[in-house]
Design a binder for this molecule. Sequence first.
Ligand code: IFM
Length: 723
Amino acid sequence: MDTWILRKTGFDPQDAPTDGNRFLCANGYMGVRGVPEEAGSALFPAVNLAGIYDQYQDRWREPVNAPNALFIQLSFNGQRMALGKREPLSHETEIDYRHGIYRRETEFGPVSVRSERIASMAECHLLADRYQIRFTQDGEMALQTGISTDIWDINGPHLFDFQFEAGEALLVQAITGQKKITVAAAQSAVCDFDGTESFAQDDSGLFRTLRRYVKKGDTLTVSVFGAIYTSLDDPEPGRTAQMLCMEAKKKGFDTCLRAHKDAWEQIWERCEMRLEGDEAAARAMHASQYHLNSIAPRHAGNLSIPARGLSGQTYKGAIFWDSEIFFFPMFVYTQPEIARSLLRYRIETLPGALKKAREYGFRGAYYAWESQEGGEEGCTNFNVVDVFTHRPVRTYFRDKQIHISGDIAYALRSYYEITGDRRLLEEGGARVILECARFYLSRANGHLDTEEADFADVIGPDEYHERVTNNAFTNHMIRHCLESALRLKQIFADQPEWFEDLLKELHYEKDWPLIQALCGHIRAPKTRDGVIEQFDGYFDLEDCSLDAVRARLRDPREYWGGDHGVAGTTQIIKQADVIAMMALFPGDFTDQQTAVNWHYYEPRTEHGSSLSACMYAVTACRIGRPELAWELFMKTADIDVTGGGKLWAGEIYIGGTHPASNGGAWMIAALGFAGLQMKNGRPELHPNLPKELQRLSFPITVNDETYLIEVTHSGGTIRRMKC
Ligand code: IFM
């Protein structure tokens, strides 16, 4: 098996929603769904843009898809050679994980087509496609290349006032409905043949057609270059996009491809995780690292990553806790500048978090559960549609999932501990931690100086139990956030004036002692035989099996949570909760405690979120049971290879790629199998390699030093690498 390649034989339009994710090409600025060049909206094509959102009427606010600048459509003797319109004799799709190349090869009978396409990692605005046609009959060919506006939108349309310009570089420009951002798509093409050229423009886009008579055995090639800019990138996005296309055309496809591949090689040099002993596992790891790396905002420095990456508009293209808890670890240990970008996004969106806290009657920073640009809350009150009544179900994620602020503080502190870089704290990070701590101070229930404080009416990571009190994970995260605020004083011990000034500026004098008091008074969770109760009253819920709850479903798409969900009155949970806490705070729990809780909660966990299995796998390793981790690892790492994961929450489509699992796969291998932990500013290993693997190796960068980690069944080593 080539562990860098995923190949699929055959074409079934039913698979288009998942295949578009599995074969995605992306470069952090945009994601191009893995659909054939000729795809119209029925096959879900999208060039999904990072960080630009729009709301159409009263529908969900979601990211904007640009016009498809790599549209290519071939006709032969008046017949369209298009998947979805004509049954192919054979078809293969491939994604090359090493270099982010989408390839397809289709035999239609009289013609066969083979192509390769990239979202350039060297130039984030550039797309390129080399399309080769072989003819097995004489006949009349019409090759259309252009910019298609027949794109997939879940809650669109988002683009209006289209302008079209034909010429050597085609241009389609439009503006978004809400914020009037210009989105420009340009395209140029170079052919190794000539023909009669014409231009056409209609509701579905702007196209150039080349016609000529071909002979059996002829092979023709067209290279197409697409460029996307918006008015947020450039004052003249259209002109700049046209110029980029023309430049790329001059350089040629091979030069663009070489630069793109070199850029990918540099990424792999910094982060490649090698698994030896199991090829399927090695490929799943490549897939995971490919997907996560391909959506990293390398171009920006202040953007984060949506929960479904750049695979489409699912989950409103929003930033969740997935960023800090699941994507962050791989980046902070391998490419800290990307971890910094994720956190800068939070620093810059602090005003949105302050506003949200105020709206709910609190102080400090309450970050959006589903954060869009400027920290605007994208989460609606109704996130699920009931399959029986077709009515929206009220969910309280937006109001009650308060652990989000602590998760951000957790990542800020980890960033400092792993990189040793204090600048981010100075440049707003410390302020974020202090404001998050202040939010919890105002959110606590209780008399802080005399009795224990509760955090009532919250939702922990397990979203099937809403509005609970003293969720163990949430309370632990809150305590850590308060401690992190207090620890800032030590971190800035050599700059006491700077820190005092910051406290003054934030009017923090009265809050400081209260935070100290609250820290020691947060109610500790109840335990029973060593099992930590997930929240007050959890043990009183019906204790039944996962199968029993599943058997109660009357529709496979039925939502398990909400007011009437089948899980709500039981101990069945959606995703790791107590175990997520144990995974994130290894120093706070003994192996014995972790083992007892693991064995209690795992059978009660649906793993209904792609954020779940990795937490169980990491902790399984920690308790010396890597054999329990293996299946969970494969489930996590393979998710975007197989196209697994849930597609529906009630009637709402939630498919896409799974960056949290992609990051989770790295976490299992690094933090679980290798047992990587930071102790006093230095990395150390506690290996637990499963029997399926013979060797594991990967680079990390800590405190500006790069190390190579190697783990075998005889132990682990950390070697400093020369730069
Ligand atoms: O952040 C997660 C949440 O924990 C479970 N539902 C999906 C979200 C986005 O991945």
